[in-house]
Design a protein around this ligand. Structure first.
Ligand code: 8YV
Length: 342
């Protein structure tokens, strides 16, 4: 458009011009309505996931981009961004689909939506922790198949939750929310984290810290993955580490598929080297390893751990607040870039 960055910002501030905010997916109606009031919002009415060429078009058009987990904002896309693109206000907490190094190089601010999906994600994590050892999906399937011939003393036996050891990988907001729930089910809480959490939190959760992930994995009955996906956590649960886990143990992942070597996990589940897995996320979404689909000891969900009406509305609110604060010349509340780790 030929408008310089400074001029752009000034005009946003005086309200004489609205920033072009390009939203890659369909958001809740109330959020889209508000965005249209506040900004020059460009919406995706049919909600189709954008491919790379559409994303390149988007960054050539937008002052502010609002992507989601389904958009791969890689260095190729960012290299085409117009200089006026100053903010990527992600709709979601994980930002692993955005090439942060490229964004940083270009001086683009990145924000996310932490906090508002913590409890929902922890609920679904707990649901999987219960569902896999207690064979919830298998039981449901049996009912609908018409093959249930009545109760029997040895029918549908699973494993007890109470008294077992839960190992949480990643003790951030979600990990802590899982720990709080787990205590109510009589699980003992163990965790591994980049940094040990504050003593007060450890005491409140009666959580045992394991500096060594390897050692923790070898001793847990249930493992829950709750860390972000970063270059440091890619395949954190590698084939080698998965082998450390006891064959009668379970794994639950509501974080990101890339944190677990999905092929290795699938092989081990098939070979009964692991008792079962509850997965809400996959390494190559929306693709799922077809061998996983065949397994009775895996409960598979379509990346829905944070999918509540309330949560989506609050995520949208956060996106709007981040954009509004940024446009008004302030540091947005949920800034990840520039930030502590990048
Ligand atoms: C979101 C998620 O629905 O927030 C996240 O990191 O994984 C999901 O729960 C999704 O990211 C929206 O972009």
């Amino acid at each position: 458009s030929g408008i310089k960055k400074g001029a752009n910002k000034k005009q946003w501030e005086t309200g004489s011009m609205k920033p072009v905010v390009l939203v890659t997916r369909k958001l809740p109606d109330a959020i889209e309505t508000r965005m249209m009031e506040l900004f020059d919002a460009r919406l995706n009415h049919d909600d189709h996931p954008m491919d790379q060429s559409e994303l390149i078009e988007a960054v050539k058009t937008a002052d502010i981009l609002v992507p989601t987990v389904t958009d791969r904002i890689d260095s190729r896309v960012l290299s085409q961004a117009r200089p006026e693109l100053r903010l990527i206000a992600n709709f979601g907490t994980g930002v692993d689909h955005i090439d942060l190094a490229s964004a940083r190089e270009r001086g683009i601010t990145v924000t996310n939506t932490p906090g508002v999906l913590t409890e929902d994600t922890a609920d679904m994590t707990m649901a999987l922790i219960l569902a896999v050892p207690r064979r919830l999906a298998e039981g449901e399937h049996l009912m609908r198949s018409g093959d249930w011939h009545g109760w029997s003393p040895t029918g549908m036996l699973g494993h007890r939750i109470f008294g077992k050891r839960l190992g949480i990988v990643g003790m951030g907001r979600i990990g802590q929310a899982v720990a709080r729930r787990a205590r109510g089910f009589g699980l003992s809480v163990h965790y591994h984290n980049r940094n040990r959490v504050h003593e007060e939190i450890e005491n409140e959760l009666e959580a045992t810290y394991w500096e060594s992930l390897d050692q923790m994995l070898a001793r847990m009955d249930i493992i829950s993955v709750n860390c972000p996906h970063t270059p440091a956590t890619y395949h954190l649960l590698s084939a080698r580490r998965l082998k450390l886990i006891q064959p009668n143990s379970y794994i639950v992942n509501t974080a990101r598929g890339e944190i677990i070597d999905e092929n290795a996990l699938t092989r081990m589940l098939r070979g009964k080297e692991l008792a079962g897995a509850g997965l809400d996320v996959f390494e190559h979404e929306p693709a799922v390893n077809p061998k996983l689909m065949e397994l009775d000891n895996a409960v598979l969900l379509p990346h829905m751990a944070s999918a509540t009406i309330e949560g989506r509305a609050e995520m949208g609110e956060k996106v709007i607040i981040n954009i509004k604060t940024f446009v008004d010349g302030h540091v947005p509340p949920d800034r990840v870039l520039p930030g502590e780790y990048i």
